[in-house]
Design a protein around this ligand. Structure first.
Ligand SMILES: NC(=O)c1ccc[n+]([C@@H]2O[C@H](COP(=O)([O-])OP(=O)(O)OC[C@H]3O[C@@H](n4cnc5c(N)ncnc54)[C@H](O)[C@@H]3O)[C@@H](O)[C@H]2O)c1
Ligand SMILES: [Zn+2]
Ligand SMILES: [Zn+2]
Length: 369
């Protein structure tokens, strides 16, 4: 039994492209709270876009300077407060990364991401301490049990990355009938490819702007050593992308498109490269649509449907961890770099450069994998 310290060192993001460390107290646990020993804490594109370079959000959407960063934590419960209903010490858990009020309509649907309570909605790593520290306090109601077959670095990606993508894919529906286009091959786009392949998509085409990511994407497999590539084709972002995708799909375009870049041109490609009756889901966040978007020819006359998708809900996360095991896939295969907490500055700088797959800050046994 390890003794739990009273003080720990955690990392926060001052908003000027650096990472700072400071000491945090490990508090007494309140009713319904658990203490998690962090094992893996992955970095999301949103951390870079909204927090690392500058603090973009405001109010309930804003990062509160000094909060322990990291909204993709996974670890093991090492202590529990009073009033536990299900979870216990020793359980390995993933967190739904936003703690909601539990009472508004969004929370009751399991979508704490869009909880409407300004007072009680708090995202881990934004308005309450997150995963870039050896321990974190979480609410039992936000925990999802991590199956034994999955590692902590598999689990870390479930909430924000894979969960977000799974939600989007469920909206557009993926099956063996589909050729799928994925625009933006950061960790979210890569997760989309892995899930689409696992769900049976018969062709997966990716588009990416950064050469290093194109190379990483070309080499990724559905399961390591299986020889089944995640992508059937990976294209460099450019003005001919729509024609290139059509050429790869018998002139038709893709049945399903998953937009994960947030880039205005890629969004236009996503809409235009969908075939008639195609379905497109927008996941990449921020920015605008290309001013060249023309709704009539680009969507209306071709009977296309456009979805927006924000994170996921709690029951779907539980369903996802079960299916990830059934599909025998490992989100951790997308992790190209692991760093100890002391090297969090290098980890964030690498993710900001884009010359990587998923980047993880790891602890204990997860560091030596
Ligand atoms: N909707 C949600 O709930 C949700 C949840 C998590 C993340 N996100 C967002 O999803 C996006 C992806 O996340 P990520 O972690 O992979 O971030 P990321 O920034 O690492 O990935 C975006 C990728 O898009 C690429 N790109 C840029 N311009 C392009 C173009 N014209 N064509 C093709 N690719 C292009 C970039 O080079 C980069 O690799 C981010 O905007 C993030 O904020 C949304
Ligand atoms: Zn995220
Ligand atoms: Zn709520």
């Amino acid at each position: 039994m390890t003794t739990i310290p009273k003080i720990m060192t955690g990392a926060y993001l001052p908003g000027n492209g650096t990472v700072e460390f400071k000491e945090y107290e490990i508090p007494e646990l309140g009713h319904g709270e658990v203490l998690i020993k962090t094992k893996s804490s992955t970095i999301c594109g949103s951390d870079i876009r909204c927090i690392y370079h500058e603090h973009l959000g405001k109010g309930p959407e804003g990062y509160q300077t000094g909060m322990v960063a990291g909204h993709e934590p996974c670890g093991q419960i090492v202590a529990t407060g009073p009033g536990m209903r299900r979870f216990k010490t020793g359980d390995r858990v993933v967190l739904y990364h936003i703690s909601g009020c539990g009472m508004c309509n969004d929370c009751r649907r399991g979508y704490m991401i869009s909880c409407t309570s300004e007072e009680f909605r708090k995202a881990y790593g934004w308005q309450r301490n997150g995963g870039m520290a050896p321990y974190m306090v979480a609410e039992e109601k936000d925990c999802v049990l991590l199956p034994d077959e999955l590692s902590y670095s598999d689990g870390a990606q479930v909430a924000c990355g894979f969960g977000t993508v799974y939600e989007g894919l469920e909206k557009i529906g993926i099956s063996g009938n589909d050729a799928v286009l994925i625009t933006g091959l950061g960790p979210v786009g890569l997760a989309a490819a892995m899930l689409c392949k696992a769900m049976g998509a018969s062709k997966v085409i990716g588009i990416e702007a950064i050469d290093e990511r194109i190379e990483i994407s070309k080499n990724l497999e559905l399961r390591k050593g299986s020889g089944i590539k995640l992508f059937d084709a990976v294209l460099k972002a450019g003005p001919d992308n729509v024609a290139e995708v059509r050429a790869l799909t018998g002139g038709m375009g893709c049945e399903k498109v998953v937009e994960c870049s947030a880039n205005a041109n890629a969004r236009l490609t996503a809409v235009q490269a969908a075939r008639k009756w195609g379905k497109i889901v927008l996941i990449g966040e921020g920015g605008l649509m290309s001013p060249d978007f023309a709704p009539s020819p680009d969507m209306i006359h071709d009977q296309k449907t456009l979805f927006g998708s924000w994170v996921t809900n709690l029951w779907r996360m539980e369903e996802l961890v079960e299916r990830i095991v059934r599909w025998n896939i490992h989100p951790a295969d997308l992790v190209t770099h692991r760093f100890p907490l002391e090297q969090a500055p290098e980890a964030y700088a690498l993710m900001a450069s884009g010359k990587c797959g998923k980047v993880a800050v790891c602890f204990d046994e997860e560091l030596t994998v």
